[in-house]
Design a protein around this ligand. Structure first.
Ligand code: MN
Length: 234
């Protein structure tokens, strides 16, 4: 069984009994998606020392970088936009360092939502901090139930097209940020009808980034299940 490292996010508990305590967590859909694809999930803390990160990189055969909160704009050299969402600076610093190690390892990685944004920043790119300030043609943050919200057109030269062999996909959309300036060496694999970048890849290695949430769709859309099999079978 391939060991697939899954990152985590951190929330602050609001429940009266644990109020104020932080909790590292991963939505079950990510774990299910990896298990369904035959991988053995290895849950990685969202704050790690450099030595711990290196051990996880060594231990795992592939990675799923999960979604979560916005990312501190200072990490890509910008001031926070008035409508930038909440972020956790300590988690962002640790996960950005981890994302760089994942890229360096050249092991297969599926970077989802915030994970894809971290990949872009790790390679020198920036984010659109608030999509509605730029365009309101599509409401990318509209449906938190994970229903299909919009389509994306795949670029025939991209890694995503090579894997899925389809021109258009119908996807959910649970993000209010997106890739701005593209990171070095990245290829734009898919765009929404309003021009928002929905998928990226690194042509020289097995790294795919998707802005939507395929982990919510693995039981209903074989193409989304295929993305996780790509990580576990690479
Ligand atoms: Mn979208």
């Amino acid at each position: 069984m391939k060991k697939i490292g899954i990152t985590t996010s951190q929330i602050i508990m609001m429940d009266p009994s644990l109020c104020g305590y932080k909790k590292m967590n991963v939505t079950t859909t990510y774990v299910h998606a990896v298990q369904k694809a035959g991988g053995l999930p290895i849950i990685i803390p969202c704050i790690c020392s450099e030595e711990e990160m290196k051990q996880y990189i060594e231990l795992c055969d592939g990675f799923v970088l999960i979604g979560g909160m916005d990312i501190a704009p200072v990490l890509y050299g910008e001031m926070p936009h008035a409508k930038c969402g909440a972020y956790d600076y300590d988690v962002d610093v640790s996960q950005l360092a981890f994302t760089k190690l994942v890229i360096e390892s050249k092991k297969p990685a599926l970077a989802i939502c915030r994970g894809m944004q971290l990949v872009n920043i790790a390679l020198g790119g920036t984010l659109i901090q608030d999509i509605p300030s730029l365009s309101q043609e599509i409401n990318h943050a509209f449906d938190y139930d994970g229903n299909i919200v919009h389509t994306a057109s795949l670029d025939k030269d991209g890694g995503l097209y090579r894997l899925l062999q389809t021109d258009t996909i119908a996807i959910n959309s649970l993000h209010h940020q997106a890739v701005g300036k593209l990171g070095q060496g990245l290829h734009v694999d898919a765009k929404a009808p309003d021009g928002i970048i929905e998928a990226i890849s690194l042509p020289e290695q097995p790294l795919l980034g998707v802005q939507w949430h395929p982990e919510m769709m693995v039981d209903t859309d074989p193409l989304m299940a295929k993305l996780f099999c790509w990580v576990t079978e690479h």
